[in-house]
Write a protein that binds this ligand. Structure first.
Ligand code: MF3
Ligand code: CO
Length: 260
């Protein structure tokens, strides 16, 4: 069953998702060769607790950390460790918070130093595909319209869409109905109505779509070991256009300053 949120609940979800967006920006400041994914995790946990919130993934179904840090061929759910990021890596940072009983959930894939031009294009197209999906996220459309827009865009560049992992509803629970696949047919699936809040999170592979789970019971990586990118925003469905609850603006301000 799909929980429809009141205007008050959407304002609370906006606060939770704004905090998660600012947490990702705090992490972005630290990303460079030599930093460990555990150091990023500590930064995120401190930032979240300093803002009177609780990490949303920590202990969720036994998950051991605040962030998911998925490097290169890792798609999602990589566990922070003593691994040191190195020049040329990409790393998806996925973060959740609980603030005032409501979840925030957002992800961004970062380049570590200079990266391969082909991988840079993968990141750009995956990010753009998320906004193609968001364009479809209006009242009266269907879930399949979102997935179709993401899929058509990414496949036009020769990339492939992960099938097994999907976006989701967001509210008092991290994973609510409906599922939000990044592929599908237009005009199919549950109808979108005002007050639904969903996370759209394309997971796009440079090579083939197949994934495998690593032996840690969490990490998902590509079967062919080619890189994968992941971007996630939470949006509230409304008439005309989606109300985007999380944002990349804080992250991208940090990235711009780091380049100078
Ligand atoms: N953003 C991810 C998702 O929606 C985060 C879940 S990680 C977990 O699935 F550790 F909490 F499971
Ligand atoms: Co999510």
């Amino acid at each position: 069953m799909i929980y429809i949120k009141t205007a008050e609940e959407i304002e609370l979800l906006r606060l939770s998702n704004d905090l998660v967006s600012r947490t990702l920006a705090a992490v972005a400041e630290l990303i460079k060769p030599g930093v460990t994914t555990n150091q990023l995790d500590v930064c995120a946990e401190e930032f979240i607790r300093d803002h009177s919130a609780v990490p949303g993934f920590l202990n969720y179904k036994g998950y051991p950390k605040t962030l998911c840090t998925s490097v290169n061929s890792q798609v999602v759910h990589g566990i922070p460790s003593e691994y040191e990021l190195k020049e040329g890596d990409i790393v998806s940072i996925d973060c959740g918070v609980i603030l005032n009983k409501y979840y925030g959930d957002s992800a961004y894939t970062f380049a570590v130093g200079e990266i391969d031009k082909k991988v840079e294009n993968l990141l750009q197209v995956t990010r753009e595909s998320l906004f193609k999906g968001i364009e479809q996220a209006t009242a009266g459309k269907r879930i399949g319209d979102i997935g179709n827009a993401v899929q058509m865009y990414c496949e036009s560049f020769g990339y492939s869409v992960v099938r097994e992992m999907v976006g989701h509803g967001l509210g008092k629970y991290l994973h609510e109905s409906p599922e939000v696949p990044n592929y599908g047919k237009r005009g199919t699936g549950p109808k979108l109505t005002k007050g639904m809040v969903i996370c759209i999170e394309p997971m796009i592979n440079l090579g083939r779509k197949d994934i495998v789970q690593e032996n840690d019971g969490w990490t998902i990586r590509t079967h062919d070991q080619y890189p994968s990118a992941h971007f996630e925003l939470a949006v509230a469905i409304d008439h005309e256009k989606a109300d985007i609850l999380s944002t990349f603006k804080y992250i991208e301000e940090v990235l711009k300053l780091k380049k100078q």
